[in-house]
Ligand binder design. Structure first.
Ligand code: MG
Length: 159
């Protein structure tokens, strides 16, 4: 058995009137997350964790915010590319543990729907996905959201 662990982090500022996406799920909230793409901070952290585990270039290298192709793009595209690289190297995702850092929106009412969305996007059972919401408790200014994520990939040894 070969295993690889990857760590992802991302943060985005709030932008009034933009649609908020978390884990590919649309969340009803007056602010979205500013970014070149749809600003899905959770999918960006998950994608970077996967790419990091594989030793591949990171999300910013693969999908530059200077590239017009990714302007307003769904972050699902970035995750799909990372998943393609997982399959190409013969790995599968064992589990995923994420911390969403935000004072608002509250994560807990959306937790199971976000897990369900990620489960579909990643093709793994939702019991192998953990989403935790943490408030800042006074740390930094509440102008956006951040996400940390760790992923474990694995494959059986060949031969
Ligand atoms: Mg990002």
């Amino acid at each position: 058995m070969k295993v690889k662990v990857g760590l992802g982090f991302d943060s985005h500022e709030f932008e009034e009137g933009k649609t908020l996406y978390l884990g590919g799920l649309k969340i009803d909230f007056p602010y979205g997350l500013r970014g070149h793409s749809d600003g899905d901070v959770l999918l960006h952290a998950v994608t970077d964790a996967i790419l990091g585990a594989l030793g591949e270039p990171d999300i910013g290298e693969l999908f530059s915010d200077k590239d017009e192709r990714w302007k307003g793009a769904s972050s699902r595209l970035f995750l799909e590319e990372a998943l393609r690289r997982v399959r190409d190297k013969g790995y599968e995702i064992f589990n995923l543990d994420c911390v969403l850092i935000a004072d608002e929106p509250k994560v807990s009412p959306h937790k199971s729907a976000i897990k369900e969305s990620l489960s579909k996007l990643l093709g793994i059972p939702s019991e192998n996905i953990s989403i935790k919401g943490k408030r800042r408790e006074g740390f930094c200014e509440a102008k956006g959201m951040a996400c940390m994520c760790v992923v474990l990939l694995g494959k059986l040894d060949e031969g």
